[in-house]
Design a protein around this ligand. Structure first.
Ligand SMILES: [Zn+2]
Length: 183
């Protein structure tokens, strides 16, 4: 039987951390994540770990570096789109000990995650952070409707009025967190 939901097991986090045995961090960002600043990446700057940035942008590398001079200390690849062979080829040549840090829109993170899986990265080797409103959707497991989420743990489904507990698990298929019927 095919499972009804596909659950993302990779850790979803607010703050990036450096897991043990990390030799290198490959940091993949879209422009929103980049402009959000480096606050969530600051924990990396004091370590000996090698950083390599991949930025999805329509700007030239030179323009990116003039806006973000900190990046000039590290290798950086600027890609117009990450849904390309180029990303996959970068992911495929990484050594063991390379961990992936991904931040951007929901669809961006999804694209990178799929490419990373294809390239052989495991869930434990990825840290994913979704920026923007798309991550705050709830999928009602009773009536199969999808709604924007509020901050409460308890969610009243606007379609079927069922009280739902919002699971911490994100469903890739529904692009939403699953709302389980409250017992
Ligand atoms: Zn419902």
């Amino acid at each position: 039987m095919t499972p009804l939901f596909e659950i993302i097991e990779a850790e979803e986090i607010n703050y990036f951390s450096v897991p043990p045995h990390t030799a290198k961090l490959l940091i993949v960002l879209d422009e929103t994540a980049l402009s959000e600043g480096f606050s969530s990446l600051q924990s990396f700057s004091s370590t000996d770990i090698r950083l390599h940035f991949i930025v999805q942008t329509k700007q030239k590398k030179k323009q990116i570096l003039s806006s973000y001079p900190e990046l000039s200390f590290h290798p950086i690849d600027c890609l117009v789109t990450v849904s390309s062979e180029r990303l996959l080829s970068i992911l495929r040549i990484q050594f063991i000990g390379t961990r992936l840090v991904v931040s951007g829109s929901s669809s961006f993170v999804k694209t990178i995650r799929e490419a990373a899986e294809t390239a052989g990265f495991s869930d434990e080797e990825m840290q994913l952070k979704v920026i923007g409103s798309q991550k705050v959707a709830v999928f009602c497991v009773k009536c199969y409707s999808r709604h924007e989420r509020n901050d409460e743990d308890l969610f009243l489904c606007p379609s079927c009025r069922t009280e739902l507990d919002v699971s911490p698990h994100y469903s890739k298929r529904h692009d939403a967190y699953l709302g389980h019927i409250r017992i």
